[in-house]
Design a protein around this ligand. Sequence first.
Ligand SMILES: NC(=O)c1ccc[n+]([C@@H]2O[C@H](COP(=O)([O-])OP(=O)(O)OC[C@H]3O[C@@H](n4cnc5c(N)ncnc54)[C@H](O)[C@@H]3O)[C@@H](O)[C@H]2O)c1
Length: 308
Amino acid sequence: MHVLVTGGAGFIGSHSVEALLKIGAQVRVFDNFSSGNRQNLPSHADVEVCTGDIREPKDLAQAFIGITHVLHLAAQVSVQDSIAQPTHSCGINIQGFLNVLDKVRTHQIERMVYASSAAVYGHPQRLPLSEEDLVQPISPYGLEKSINDQYASLFHSLYGCSALGLRYFNVYGPRQDPKSPYAGVISKFMDCVRQNQPLTVFGDGSQTRDFVFVKDVAQANVKALQAKAKGVCHVATGTSRSLLDMIHVLSKIAGRDLQVIHQNTQAGDIPHSAAQVERLNSEMEMVCATEFQDGLIILMNDVLGVKE
Ligand SMILES: NC(=O)c1ccc[n+]([C@@H]2O[C@H](COP(=O)([O-])OP(=O)(O)OC[C@H]3O[C@@H](n4cnc5c(N)ncnc54)[C@H](O)[C@@H]3O)[C@@H](O)[C@H]2O)c1
């Protein structure tokens, strides 16, 4: 496999590159380094790094030479930024996506896997969410991801492109930048633990999320590249936890009580999220199996610089 990984220098991308190397793939990373970092990437004979922007078809044309598979992760990833600057976000997440998909078509790429998101659902009508549930995004970011899903499905019908969108839920793990506006609550809390600062919880902390460890997400990306399933598929554990629950586990790991400050719920915050994962389990033969506490220990060791 000669895999082009767009956004490969980012959080999920760099773990995916490592997972691809483990199965013997040749990897070409394509990134504009707007939020990704070269230091996230291993120096390895089978990894080539290409600087470019998905908004530039010329950059992509070079990058696609000799490629058989595409893992498309590059995106404007901040929900808040998509609300503040919707046209900028659209340029990357819709036009940029279409540029990549069109190269998949013209280069007759065997398989494309791309990052969709649980954000397509907006306020869920029922839980746990299934892939068939109504898509009702409440941000430009969620809308862009759902338009990506529609484009991929249309390109399959029109041109036979084999593409699968993975709807990641709340991904956590090493290399997620806690300062990024999109950083998950876990990265932010870890940063507070490291700096001995109180944790800020918006609302009473009863909100629930399906937190999925980044190495499981990377493994799902690899499995999806090797599978034939089309359409969309959740990447989640199938178990949701409340923030208070998470803080309890974090306190146990840190070996001390963590101080919590409660603030008003943020506008647009979804109280609960939960995923069905049957499609991932059966069609991708994949389970996101990292125990929550184990994932948090790995992350805390990473944040505190403790060698495993
Ligand atoms: N982290 C999550 O919890 C989560 C949840 C759902 C979906 N996603 C999706 O997963 C993908 C990866 O997200 P991440 O969390 O690793 O974020 P990230 O910011 O770490 O990675 C995004 C990468 O894309 C690159 N990039 C951005 N714009 C680009 C452009 N125009 N051209 C080329 N490269 C560009 C960045 O430099 C970065 O390396 C994104 O598509 C995101 O929307 C993430």
